[in-house]
Design a binder for this molecule. Sequence first.
Ligand SMILES: *[C@@H]1O[C@H](CO)[C@@H](O)[C@H](O)[C@H]1NC(C)=O
Ligand SMILES: *[C@@H]1O[C@H](CO)[C@@H](O)[C@H](O)[C@H]1NC(C)=O
Ligand SMILES: *[C@@H]1O[C@H](CO)[C@@H](O)[C@H](O)[C@H]1NC(C)=O
Ligand SMILES: *[C@@H]1O[C@H](CO)[C@@H](O)[C@H](O)[C@H]1NC(C)=O
Length: 650
Amino acid sequence: MRMDTTRQRGKHCQYKFLTLVCVASGLAIWVVISYQFLVRSIIPFLRLVLAPSSSGEVKVFTWRNKFPSVDNMHTFFDRGDAMLAAVLMAISMQLSNEEAGGFLLAHININKNLWRRLIRTLAFIRMTVRANSAERTQIIAWLNRIHSNISLFRFETNTFILATIAYALAKAHQSLGCAADVELDAVVSAIMSMADKINLEDRGKQVPSSLKEVEKYLSTQVTFQSPAMAKTFEYTLGLSHVTKSSSKTQETSITARTFFRRPWAWVKLFLLRQLAVEICYSVLFPKRPALSLSVARLLQPLWYHLHYNMCPQALTLDGLFDLLIACEPSLEEAVHSVYVEVLGEEHAARTVEAVQNAPGRTMRAHLPHIGSHSAGDTRWDFASPSLEEAVTEHLTCSFYRARLSSSGRKLPQHLGVIMDGNRRYSKDNHLGSVVDGHQVGARKLLQFMSWSFSAGINNVTLWALSDDNLKRGSDELGPLFTMMTGYINEMLAGNTPIAIINIRFRVVGDRSLLPEKLRRAVEVAENSTQHNRSFNLQLALGYGGRAEVVRAVKEAVKRRVRDESITTEEAVEQLSATDVTKHVYSAELGLPEIDAILRTSGEKRLSGFALWESHAAELCFVERHWPNMKQSDFLRSIMDLSERKRRYGA
Ligand SMILES: *[C@@H]1O[C@H](CO)[C@@H](O)[C@H](O)[C@H]1NC(C)=O
Ligand SMILES: *[C@@H]1O[C@H](CO)[C@@H](O)[C@H](O)[C@H]1NC(C)=O
Ligand SMILES: *[C@@H]1O[C@H](CO)[C@@H](O)[C@H](O)[C@H]1NC(C)=O
Ligand SMILES: *[C@@H]1O[C@H](CO)[C@@H](O)[C@H](O)[C@H]1NC(C)=O
C-alpha cells in the first residue's frame, strides 16, 4: 500500500489526502456501527473453536481463510474483489505480450477510458457466466461478428486471452486462500473450453485446461517479474485510478466536489481497489513482499464483514457494479450497451430488470433459467440469510474446511444421502403446495453437489424418490416428474450453476416405475455424460433397499447359472455374500461401496437406503430439513464422519 501511494505522490496529492481522511472516518463509523454485530457473530464462532473436541484430540486451529467458500461454483465469478483483481491482472498480462498487447492497444482504445473498458469486460463475463445455452450461442456469434475483420482474432489469440483470464481468476482466489485445488481446476477448464467454440473451424483443438497447464503455457508467452510486466502493470494501474473515470464526452477527474457527492462510495472503491492491487502484486511479482495482502488475508473476517456492511451484495460482482456506478453514473450506460449489443434491446431490458428486481438478488441471478422455462414456479427462492447468519455461516465453514484439509482425514469414498423434509418444509413455510418444497429441494441439490465437490467427495448417491413414494397421488407426482425432467434437461444444456463440474449422471432404482418422458430424459443424460469423470452423481428414483437386495440376489444367481453352467438350485446353494455385493447398484456402476450415509430432517432411520451396504457404513444425521440444509451442516457431518473413520477405520 505504501509503495503504491508513494508512486502516486505528487500526482494525486489531493486525492490521497481525501481518501485517507475518509478511510479513517469510515473505519471509525464502521467500528461503532458494527460493534454489536461483530460480538454477536463472532461469539458463536469462538464457542465452536473453543468447545472441547468429542474425540479427545487437541484442536489445532489453522486458519486457511477458506470461508467465502465456493458455495456454488459461480461464486467464483462473483466475488467483486477477486474479479477486479483478475481483470486488472489479465489486462496487464495481455499488454505485456508483444503481439497481443499491440493489437489490444490499437483495437480497443484502452487508454481512453479504462473504467468503461473494465466495466464492459466485467459485464461481458457476468453475462457469459449467467447465460443459458441459447444465450451463450448468441454471445459467441457476437464475438465473431465484432471480430470478423481483425486478423489477429484467431485460435492462438483466443487461447492466450482466455488463458490470462482463467489464470488471473484462479490465482486471485488462490491468493485470498479461498478455493480448493479441484475448484481452481474446474474453473480454469470451464473458461478454457470456450477457446475452441468461438470459431467453428477450431472445434476439438487442444487447449491447456488445468491450472498447471495454463501456468506452463503462459510462461512461454509472458515473463512475470520482468521490467516489461512491471511497466504494463504500472500503466494499467495508473489508468485504474478512478481519477480518470469519464463519460464519452467529458473528462472528469476526482475533485473535492465529486468526492463529497459520494464520499462513502469512493472510500469503498478505494479499499476494494487497494486489495485488488495487492492481489495482483502477489501473483505478478511474487518476490515482492505483499505485507498488506497477508494482513488482508489475516483479517478476512473483518474484510468480509466490511464488504457485507458496505456493499448490498457483499463481495459480489453486483456489489462492484453498484459501487462503480455509484461513483460514476455514466458507467451504467456502458453496462447496458453491452447487453444490448449482444442480446438485443428487448432481451437486455428484461435481463437488467430481472437482475434489478429479484429479491435476494445474487442467488436468484445465478439461477436465471431453471424453473422459468421448464420447471414450474420460481417464487420460492432460497431465503436470504441475515447479515449475522451469513457471516457466522462463513466463519463456521472456514473453520471446518481448514480442519478437513488438514492431513490424516479419511473422507467417505461414496456418500449416500437421504434427502428428507421437502414436504415438512413446505408445510412449515406455508408454501402453496408440496411441489414448491420439492422445487426448493431440487435447488438445494445443486448446491449440495458443489459443496461435496469442493470438499473432495466426488461419488454421491442421493435418494430422491422411493418406490413407496410412487404410491402418492398423481397431483404431487405429476408436477414432480415434470420438474425432474426439466432439471435433467437443463443440466444437459449446461444451464445449471454446477455446469462447471464435469458430472457423470446416472439413475439407480426401478425405472419401469417412472413415466416414459422422464425415463427418456434420464437415458439421454446418462448417455451423454458417460465420459465425464470429475463427479459421479447417482439419483435414486423409484428406489427401495429391499428391492435392491432382491434384485442383487436374483442377478447373482443368474450370473452363476450362466457362468458356471450349473442348475439354479446349485447356484442358490453356492450363493455367498460376496456374490450379492457384486450386484448392488454401486458395484454394478463400478463405484466404491457406499461407506457413509447422511440423512436430513432429524429422522434417525435409514428406511432401507443402501440396505446391503449400510452394514458397514457410518451414519450421520442432520436436524434441518433438506431445503434448509446449510453448508456448515454438511461440513460438520463430514468432519464428524472423518473423525470416526480415523478412530475405527479399517
Ligand atoms: C468487415 O469488412 C466488411 C467489408 O470488408 C465490412 O462491410 C464490414 O462492415 C466490416 N465489419 C466490421 C465489424 O467492421
Ligand atoms: C469415486 O469412485 C471412483 C470410481 O468410479 C474412484 O476411482 C474414486 O477414487 C472415488 N472417489 C473417492 C473420493 O474415493
Ligand atoms: C459431460 O461431458 C461432455 C463431453 O464429454 C460435455 O459436453 C458436457 O458438458 C459434460 N456434462 C456435464 C454435465 O458436465
Ligand atoms: C443410450 O445408449 C444405449 C447403449 O449405448 C442405447 O441402446 C440407447 O438407445 C441410448 N439411448 C438414448 C436415448 O440415446
